[in-house]
Design a protein around this ligand. Structure first.
Ligand code: 5AD
Ligand code: SF4
Length: 475
């Protein structure tokens, strides 16, 4: 759940051309990939209502803000965006042109009615469990109602939302996200997710396979399975047995056309043997795992309700590395959780040294209203959090830099995703998710080619094509 802010680009090939120029929707997405996926689902369900996507609010008849509540300032950000929209709406009213404003996502779920009370500009509030009701909600807005839809729906929203299409994918159709699980029952004491996204729900196997096959048919080569707690996914397999994520990955690996699999985000407690074996047995399961530990002190891990110790985590990493020696890890860390002493923080630095990360996200603890952490004693002063974050990030950057440097001279499979800026240049993805700039003529989007790395940036790689067959047989 890395923190990104993505604007939904118009989807030229969305098949709604005949309805274009009727009404336009602009979706602004904050937060994790789950929100990116949801924004696309909402855009799709609105296409059926005659809305075509646009990438500016000025151009839109409907603006939807898909919010994230995971860390602080989420509501401040939302209310300042709504302030700007209010001005736009007022200006339009003078021209006799309408603007409908909706708030979706986790802040919508958490604050519901409060949003319509505080921001009269808002016509519509929808929580993540009710996106499939968006068209009906909009119809009610058109009748003059202000709508708040944050009840947990009994019906399965995935059944009611349109299936994804090739074009909505992360990069020109060769990579795609597929949500397999939502919500969380872990109740880490710092986290709002169990409250905003609700308890854990896994999508059924048949539904996932159908969506994956459809994406493969449309030319998708890399699938990233999404879930707040993706490795807690479980379901009844085709063989009648209860499957975990490992079994699901073995099955997805059989889908023709799919050449790469990934999954995000995982909890250490749900890394079962089958999932670890999948890393051993499936070369197409990319050797890059986001496995947050949050802190290195057992006392803090206990207070966070992570239900594992630092030693448990390190042992787990050892087992995963035994299964797949080239695996690289990324993690999430929180500094300044209530009660964290200098010694506790040192333990976080130590676990980072012991594990070694290729990439990481690190945050200052931010008390989330309604979570147990917010009510704990001994909150850490902001200045101390700042200083710890700086030290942790310095160490993590060093490790990221070392990982980047370690790839120079190595060859690796790269999935070509798009044309580069210069003529003859392409941009692809390494197995470890880095963008790779390749000076290559003749490579096609969707090809997996063998590349030798010649230099690196902070996160990107630069390579040249090696003229040999790659592991999946493409040249
Ligand atoms: N304060 C700081 N960081 C948080 N995260 C989640 N909740 C909080 C919080 N209250 C971080 C965790 C999580 C990531 C998505 O965001 O590290 O893994
Ligand atoms: Fe939040 Fe913990 Fe659930 Fe992750 S596992 S979503 S951090 S409660």
């Amino acid at each position: 759940m890395d923190d990104i802010s993505i604007t939904h680009k118009p989807d030229e090939a969305s098949g709604t051309a005949s309805l274009a120029n009727t009404r336009k929707v602009y979706v602004k997405t904050y937060g994790c990939q789950m929100n990116v996926y949801d924004s696309q689902r909402m855009t799709d369900s609105l296409a059926a209502e005659g809305y075509s996507p646009t990438d500016t609010a000025e151009d839109a008849d409907l603006v939807l803000i898909n919010t994230c509540h995971i860390r602080e300032k989420a509501s401040e950000k939302l209310y300042s965006a709504l302030g700007r929209l209010r001005k736009m709406k007022d200006a339009r009213a003078k021209e006799g042109r309408e603007l409908t404003v909706g708030v979706a996502g986790c802040v919508a779920q958490a604050e519901g009615d409060e949003i319509t009370r505080r921001a009269p500009v808002v016509d519509l509030v929808v929580g993540p469990q009710t996106y499939h009701r968006l068209p009906q909600a909009l119809a009610r807005v058109r009748q003059g109602e202000r709508v708040v839809e944050t009840e947990y729906a009994i019906e399965d929203k995935f059944e009611h939302l349109p299936a994804p299409r090739k074009e909505q994918t992360r990069s020109r159709g060769v990579t795609a996200f597929l949500t397999v699980q939502e919500g969380c029952d872990k109740f880490c004491t710092f986290c709002v997710v169990p409250y905003t996204r609700g308890s854990e729900v896994s999508r059924p196997v048949a539904q996932i396979l159908k969506e994956a096959e459809k994406l493969a048919d449309a030319g998708v080569r890399e699938l990233t399975l999404l879930g707040q707690n993706v490795n807690a996914w479980h379901g009844q397999g085709a063989d009648g047995r209860e499957w975990g994520l490992g079994e699901l990955l073995y099955r997805l690996a059989d889908i023709p056309g799919i050449a790469r699999l990934r999954y995000v985000t995982s909890h250490p407690r749900d890394m079962d043997d089958t999932l670890i074996h999948a890393h051993r047995d499936l070369p197409m399961l990319m050797p890059y795992l986001h496995l947050p530990v949050q802190a290195g002190s057992d006392r803090i891990l206990k207070a966070m309700n992570r239900k594992h110790t630092a030693a448990d985590y390190v042992r787990l990493i050892d087992r995963i590395r035994e299964a797949r020696s080239d695996i690289a890890l990324s993690g999430d860390f929180i500094v300044g959780f209530p009660g964290e002493t200098d010694e506790d923080f040192e333990a976080t630095l130590q676990i980072v040294r012991d594990v070694t990360y290729a990439a990481a996200y690190s945050f200052k603890y931010s008390p989330r209203p309604g979570t147990p952490g917010a009510d704990m004693d001994d909150h850490v002063p902001e200045a101390v959090k700042d200083e710890r974050l700086q030290r942790l990030q310095a160490l993590l950057s060093e490790q990221q830099y070392a990982f980047q440097r370690s790839l120079i001279g190595k060859t690796m499979d790269v999935l070509i995703e798009k044309a580069g800026r210069e003529p003859g240049q392409m941009v692809g993805r390494s197995p470890w998710l880095q963008p790779v700039i390749i000076d290559v003529h003749g490579g096609e989007i969707g090809d997996i080619i063998n590349v030798r790395i010649i230099s690196t940036g902070t996160n990107s790689l630069v390579g040249v094509r090696e003229m040999e067959t790659t592991s999946d047989g493409t040249i």
